[in-house]
Ligand binder design. Sequence first.
Ligand code: RIB
Length: 311
Amino acid sequence: MKHRILTVSSANLDLDAKLNTAPEGGQTVIGTEYSYVPGGKGANSAVTVARLGFDSILCARLGRDSAADRLMALYRAEGIDTRFIARDSVNPTGLALILIEESGQNRIVVYPGANMALSPSDAEYAFTAYPDALLMQLEIGRETILWSAETARRQGIPVIIDAGPAVSDFPLEKLGPVDIFSPNESECAAYTGITPSGADSCFAACMALEKRIQAKYYVLKLGGRGCYVYDGKYCRSFPPYEVDVVDTTAAGDAFTAALTVEYLSSGSISRAAVFANVVGSLTVSKSGASSSIPTLAEVRRFMGERDIRLK
Ligand code: RIB
């Protein structure tokens, strides 16, 4: 069955600036190259869902500017359902300024613009598409996030939350119960005060998250160390796949979207974690946000070459 995944979330145009090392305060450095790339945590996830062969519905808000025209063209080309993308006449399209060091490590500043005007009534309209699951990040206004999660629960469809970016005062308690709650290391530290560095701290962080938000599965994204899954009883680490790291932008967004599609299709969080690690690894091996997200054919080829099986 081809699932229909609704992403209620952010869409940005990214200005990617490559440089050897990010400047210190008061310092000027000469960069190596720059480019504009479609991004935004929500849109990156929606692109991933579409590239992995699922029906992708994006509910987002853009400005009435050329950045928005460019983003809409990409979404249409990807086959994303764009009927629920609103154009805001007051606020500009969201912009992310991304510094990417030679190591692939990034630093991101987001100017949300129209993203913060995405409203519960925008989301209400998107639910008329009868999605099978709701995927969200925290890069839009909290009222819309909470309303959408509550509506999905009332409709009996799974809710998957990618906890980025870290909004330390977000009322996580009001967001659950959800199916999957997935923070990266820094988000985990912001919500729990615990940086998940080894098995003990991963477990302690999950215990602390459990006190704040009820989820069937807590999936910690550990970057170059793979991911860690806790189901309220058992925990398990899933190793990453080695690749040359070019740019880590959007790896987390692609990871959570891949986790969502495999979880929905197989019902197995273990299969989903392996699949998401593959997609995350492939994403860091290319430049940019949406530009780095692999297709299903690329994922299958990579899994075949490395004899990676979903079990
Ligand atoms: O997670 C990466 C994304 O964060 C970028 O595409 C940027 O737009 C910000 O939303």
